[in-house]
Write a protein that binds this ligand. Structure first.
Ligand SMILES: C[S@@+](CC[C@H](N)C(=O)[O-])C[C@H]1O[C@@H](n2cnc3c(N)ncnc32)[C@H](O)[C@@H]1O
Length: 795
């Protein structure tokens, strides 16, 4: 790996904020220390460029080629609900779990008359299934299947025009395109580098209140609550050359959440006909359809980029260790822990929005990420219905089709029973339930390619989504021994896009480029802040990562006066800090700030109370998993991987504090944030101001000295948070380590419940036609926030 150029970190940057306490999630495994972080320059010495060649491109496919063993070895706590996951490539159903999927002996899918089994299983070829099957010899699967799956990443890319890479003026570095105003219109193109025009203000963002405090619900949240998720509509599958229309498939509506767990049967079809259910909803809006597709592809692309990077690191560790969890499994586990936002049980029957027949996947992990088939479910995946019964929803077929084969019929060989009347269990019962309820199952063809040579044979397995099948018939056949085997006949539903077997065999998964940095904070933040670019191969621009605000020497503020509350602040009238807040604690019992206030005093270094005091919230730093990502139209942005409840502290805007005058001279004003000058500008704050002693006497002479935070050269990830006309976070003035109201910390709190993978955004509060360049020309920049309430202009 290139790039870890050994940059300096200032003493301040690595100071107090770097707590020993572990982050509340299991982030720490593979926590990357700054020496090994290639993405960010520290003091400008570390390079940002990391060659994409450093990633082990082929490694993934190769190491994922043994579908069975990967399935078998998965140990993802995030996906298996704590159950150990099945071992080995042999067919095997699950044991126990709440679906009672126990005692299933084997799962094999075969073509008619051809029982081609997954590697490791020995089923005779050309066996007459009605005349007694050989015992396939599959072992009882000793692992559990629960009824949960965790949905993987979801794209939150913003539509719009892509930004153009600008030439970089620093050798070896990429420029930040957003920061260079490539979307701006200048009234006159006569900007000079120095000097500001008196009375005109450059582009400082400002703290100001907004509609977010009063329970304002942005459109996307309304959609979410009402069950219509934009961009998540059912996708009619593409038509093939023969104009055969694929069915709308059997989902229970566009609301993924609603349909994911319901386990309700889809539209009824005539039993035994194998025809597709009537299309319940045809979304004519091509744009929405392509958005759903784009979402699925982005999810996959991001998984591949992150996974590739993690795999690369795990391989290095594995070589050093020489033993232990295989790199691919370790990488997958890390991915699930860190990046797979828990969206609850998102499994559902029928087709998966955005996934098309003929789509090719590298591994069962990719199937799992998109919700097509859980990786640990081996050959049959299921959902649990409300009445407790299980319904099969997908089957992986290891039958290797030949040119003359039709894929319209598949035979699935289930478990082996000792007696003829033994009750169906596990995945067999789930398949029978699908048959009885006419629920189609997704079929995924696992295509095995032989690689290597006679001495070192290797297999590469790719997975092709084959469409929906009905479980048509069930038989219990006597084998040549004294046992009985359960067999299921699956028939492909009509009117779906056909796939050509030869084409299918030659299809390789699409490869996606992109960049991923494990932790741009280089260990300075408590939790790693990853950065992903699935739009281009560009890495983050260079800047010095700091985790504490930098005060100018001249204006370094004095420590605050503190409170004497020993054991914690509880009585608001007695706590000196609470009195500074007007006699009340600003945060509720959950540490949430429900409303923006002119100023919040948190307890701090001079107080006698412990760190757990209820009046210390934002000073503890970010507790949510956040990620910098490349948007389609606004440069880099920040999104959350976790659900963030409304009122929660999100992060601090960190950079260099400087006199406003000096800030106005900065050539690049994109990362400026005006601070401490707004207390008396906001009419709504009048009543609050009267309660806060420090603000009661109105602006003092000191208030004439305005400061700004500039995060251009030094800052934290908050510098990447974009503007939105319907924001979901707001800036709050907070003091905790000094009492100087001219230099409050800018702490962002959530103004809404923010779902995982949603981009964070605040209102920059630029006044239109009031932002000037250094020559006094009005600057204009279009807003690409994508909100339906967008005003069209950033400034
Ligand atoms: C503080 S930076 C935010 C991070 C930035 N996107 C980046 O890549 O570094 C502010 C700049 O981001 C871009 N930006 C932020 N929000 C935007 C929006 N809603 N529409 C267009 N550009 C936006 C503008 O170039 C803006 O000057």
């Amino acid at each position: 790996m290139e790039g870890g150029g050994g940059g300096r970190v200032s003493p301040m940057a690595s100071g107090a904020r770097r707590h020993k306490a572990l982050a509340p999630w299991r982030f720490q495994s593979a926590f990357v220390r700054r020496e090994s972080n290639p993405g960010v320059a520290f003091d400008g010495l570390e390079t940002l460029e990391m060659s994409s060649d450093t990633a082990t491109g082929g490694g993934i496919s190769d190491s994922l080629s043994h579908g069975g063993s990967i399935d078998g070895d998965l140990q993802s706590p995030a996906t298996d609900g704590g159950n150990e996951v099945a071992k080995g490539g042999g067919g095997g159903g699950g044991v126990g779990g709440d679906c009672g999927l126990d005692g299933v002996d084997g799962d094999l899918v075969a073509k008619e008359g051809n029982l081609a089994a997954k590697e490791g299983d020995s089923m005779p070829k050309d066996c007459n299934i009605h005349e007694g099957l050989e015992n396939s010899g599959v072992a009882t699967e000793p692992h559990g299947l629960d009824c949960k799956i965790h949905e993987g990443l979801e794209n939150i890319g913003v539509a719009g025009e892509p930004q153009v890479d600008k030439p970089c003026d620093m050798p070896g570095f990429k420029c930040n395109d957003a920061g260079e105003e490539n979307n701006s219109f200048h009234l006159e193109d006569s900007r000079t580098s120095e000097g500001t025009v008196q009375g005109l203000r450059k582009g400082c963002k400002a703290v100001a209140p907004w509609r977010f405090q009063t329970g304002y619900t942005p459109k996307w949240a309304q959609d979410l609550l009402s069950g219509t998720r934009s961009g998540e509509t059912e996708e009619p599958t593409v038509e093939d050359g023969l104009s055969k229309r694929a069915p709308a498939m059997a989902r229970n509506g566009p609301n993924l959440k609603g349909s994911a767990t319901s386990g309700q049967r889809p539209a009824k079809v005539q039993k035994g006909t194998g025809s597709a259910p009537k299309k319940r909803k045809v979304d004519k809006d091509d744009h929405r359809i392509s958005l759903v597709r784009e979402n699925a592809l982005t999810k996959l692309r991001e998984f591949r980029i992150i996974y590739k990077k993690l795999l690369e690191e795990e391989e290095v560790k594995w070589r050093e260790r020489g033993h232990g969890v295989k790199p691919d499994i370790a990488a997958f586990n890390i991915f699930m822990e860190r990046f797979s936002a828990d969206r609850g049980d998102m499994r559902y029957d029928g087709s998966i929005p955005g996934v098309r027949i003929g789509d090719v996947f590298n591994s069962t992990m990719e199937l799992s990420i998109l919700g097509i088939h859980r990786a640990q479910s081996l050959l049959v995946d299921h959902i649990k219905k409300k009445d407790g019964t299980c319904l099969a929803v997908s089957v992986v077929s290891y039958a290797q089709p030949s040119a003359s084969d039709s894929l319209d019929f598949l035979l699935h060989v289930g478990s082996v029973a000792a007696t003829c009347d033994k009750k169906l269990k596990g995945t067999d019962a789930a398949l029978k339930e699908s048959m009885d309820t006419d629920t189609p199952v997704r079929v995924i063809h696992a295509l095995v390619t032989e690689l290597g040579d006679a001495c070192r044979p290797r297999q590469l397995t790719s997975y092709v989504y084959g469409g929906l099948y009905m479980v048509e018939k069930f038989h219990r056949e006597k084998t040549t021994g004294v046992q009985y085997v359960n067999t299921f006949h699956l028939r492909r539903m009509a009117e779906q896009q056909q796939i050509d077997i030869q084409v299918l065999k030659t299809k390789k998964p699409e490869s996606f480029d992109g960049t991923f940095t494990v932790d741009i904070s280089g260990g300075l933040d408590k939790a790693p802040i990853s950065a992903i670019n699935s739009v281009s191969n560009e890495y983050l621009m260079t800047f010095r990562y700091i985790s504490q605000i930098q005060y100018p020497l001249k204006y370094r503020p004095d420590p605050p006066s503190g409170c004497d509350c020993v054991g914690g602040c509880s009585v608001s009238q007695k706590c000196a800090c609470s009195v500074k807040n007007g006699g009340e604690f600003p945060y509720n019992d959950f540490g949430e700030n429900k409303e923006v206030k002119p100023l919040i005093y948190e307890c701090g270094s001079s107080c006698k109370c412990p760190p757990s005091c209820r009046n210390r919230v934002s000073q503890h730093g970010t507790k949510f998993r956040l990620q910098v990502f490349k948007t389609n139209s606004m440069g880099w942005g920040v999104r959350t991987l976790d659900f963030i409840p409304s009122g929660s502290f999100v992060c601090e805007y960190i950079g260099e504090v400087m006199l406003d005058e000096e800030a106005q001279k900065r050539k690049n004003d994109e990362y400026l944030f005006a601070i401490g000058s707004n207390y008396y500008d906001v009419p709504d704050w009048k009543a609050d101001i009267e309660k806060i002693p420090a603000l009661q006497n109105g602006p003092s002479e000191d208030d004439e000295i305005h400061f700004a935070v500039d995060a251009l050269n030094q800052g934290n990830f908050a510098r990447f948070i974009n503007h939105s006309c319907t924001p979901n976070i707001y800036p709050q003035n907070v003091l905790h380590d000094h009492d100087n109201i001219s230099m409050p910390h800018i702490m962002f709190f959530a103004s809404d419940d923010i779902p995982p993978l949603k981009e964070l955004s605040y209102d920059y509060h630029y006044e239109i036609d009031k932002v000037y360049d250094s020559d006094g020309n009005i600057k204009m920049k279009p807003c690409f926030c994508g909100s339906i309430e967008c005003t069209g202009r950033l400034y």
